[in-house]
Design a protein around this ligand. Structure first.
Ligand SMILES: [Zn+2]
Length: 308
């Protein structure tokens, strides 16, 4: 998982390994960047991971946020406050980073009493440290050239961050694929799933001729040891196929008049069949279900199909 200057730190979210990664990128000038630092609840785990790499928060120069969901951006404000790092984000993401109150209120409606244990606090990012990146904008971080690519579909305010050397952080645009499980699970939780924008995002990522996708959920696709650009293209095509398949499953459930619970059960049955066909053992399948959260995906797909 480690390349010389890039490490995926396993945040062991809710005690489960290989569910959420934060990426630490050496900037070559004595500082480093974090891509999607993860939830507030796993900040101690992130700090332990940084310490293992010999990295101190004083040297945190930049935080790249793909989108503001709590599993990606929850810890950004706390880290920015303590380090002085600049936080790069999509214009609409920046609004929520500066004032997470609405985001937290809507997450609390979904997660209720589990909110603290699952996600922990989300502090605002000091406004002077926020740096909005528009779609297509490029900037320099140490020895890296970073390119912001708008990546709607999972969230309308999502950026993929592309490095000049072909490595990319696609956020949830490239969806979920757990290590050792050859099944792609589209991240279709509400509220912003856009089934028309998402394939266009996959087109844009494919056109960028990337060499490696560093997935937040979880691991690398492509890269020097993993088939490079061809493997990236294959992964993106498979995300497209999986998204279409999940959409078809949801459409069938909606046509059958299913409520959210029944629709979630239908999606879970579909996913378990795919996992079984891919040879994933039962406990691995349970982990995949935890990562994909069909209960949320059912709601997200229903909303998206209502809008379409
Ligand atoms: Zn997300």
């Amino acid at each position: 998982m480690a390349t010389p200057d890039l490490t995926a730190i396993d945040l062991h979210h809710a005690g489960v390994p290989e569910m959420i990664a934060a990426h630490a990128l050496d900037l070559g000038d004595g500082t480093f960047a974090l891509v999607d630092p993860g939830p507030g609840a796993t900040l101690p785990r992130l700090e332990a991971g940084l310490a293992e790499l010999g990295l101190e928060l004083d040297a945190l120069g930049a935080i790249l946020v793909s989108h503001v969901h709590l599993d990606h951006a929850g810890a950004a404000g706390a880290l920015a406050g303590r380090s002085g790092a600049t936080v790069y984000a999509h214009p609409r993401a920046a609004i929520h980073l500066a004032d997470p109150s609405r985001l937290l209120a809507s997450a609390t409606r979904v997660y209720g009493d589990l909110m603290d244990a699952l996600w922990g606090p989300m502090e605002p990012v000091p406004e002077a440290q926020l740096r909005v990146a528009e779609d297509g904008e490029a900037f320099v971080l140490g020895r890296h050239r970073v390119h912001a690519l708008a990546a709607p579909g999972h969230a309308g305010h999502q950026h993929a961050w592309l490095l000049g050397d072909g490595r990319a952080f696609p956020g949830d645009a490239a969806s979920i694929r757990l290590p050792g499980q050859d099944v792609i699970m589209p991240a279709t939780a509400p509220p912003e799933i856009d089934l028309e924008a998402w394939p266009r995002t996959l087109d844009a990522l494919a056109a960028a001729r990337l060499d490696a996708l560093h997935l937040p959920h979880f691991g690398v696709r492509g890269g020097p040891a993993g088939g490079g650009a061809d493997a990236v293209l294959e992964h993106l095509e498979r995300v497209r196929t999986a998204l279409q398949a999940w959409t078809d499953v949801a459409r069938a459930g909606i046509a059958a008049g299913e409520d959210d619970a029944a629709l979630a059960a239908r999606l879970e049955r579909f996913l378990r069949a795919e996992l079984a066909a891919a040879g994933v053992p039962a406990e691995g399948a349970d982990r995949a279900i935890r990562a994909a959260i069909p209960r949320m995906c059912a709601v997200g797909l229903r909303r998206a199909l209502r809008r379409a």
